[in-house]
Unconditional design. Structure first.
Length: 133
C-alpha cells in the first residue's frame, strides 16, 4: 500500500493541512479555542440537572401507587356491583386529573433540567474546570 491518491483516500498530511485555522477575514487573530468537555463531565452535569426530575418521578410513582392501594382497600369493602363501578369511576376521574397535572409537572421539570444543563455547559466556556480530564 503506497500513498496513492484515489477518490476516497488522501494522504494524511493533506487532511490535516485542510484543518489549519486561518484568521477570519478582517481580523488579525485566530478564533477562540472551543472548550473540551470530557464525557464524564457532561454525564455528571446531566445527572445533577436530572435529580429534581427523578425525585419528582419517584414521588409521582408513590402517589399513584398509594391511590391504587386505596382503591383496592375500598373495593374490598364494597357490598354491591354498583358500588364497585362507582368507586372505579371515581378513581378513574381522580387519576385522570392527576395524570394531567403530573404531565405538566414532568414537562416543566424536564425543560428546567435541559435549561440547567445548557447553562452549565455554557458556563464551561473559558473556565479551566471543563478542560481537565
Amino acid at each position: 500500500m503506497g500513498t496513492e491518491v484515489n477518490q476516497y483516500h488522501r494522504p494524511l498530511e493533506v487532511v490535516f493541512e485542510d484543518l489549519k485555522l486561518e484568521p477570519l477575514p478582517g481580523t488579525r487573530h485566530l478564533p477562540a479555542p472551543i472548550p473540551v468537555l470530557w464525557p464524564h463531565q457532561i454525564f455528571a452535569m446531566a445527572n445533577e440537572c436530572a435529580r429534581p426530575f427523578m425525585r419528582e418521578a419517584l414521588d409521582i410513582f408513590q402517589r399513584n401507587l398509594n391511590a391504587s392501594f386505596s382503591l383496592l382497600s375500598r373495593l374490598a369493602g364494597a357490598k354491591t356491583f354498583a358500588e364497585i363501578l362507582e368507586l372505579q369511576a371515581s378513581h378513574l376521574k381522580t387519576q385522570w386529573t392527576a395524570f394531567v397535572s403530573q404531565t405538566e409537572e414532568m414537562t416543566n421539570l424536564s425543560i428546567r433540567a435541559a435549561r440547567d444543563l445548557l447553562r452549565g455547559l455554557e458556563g464551561c466556556e473559558g473556565s479551566g474546570d471543563c478542560l481537565e480530564p
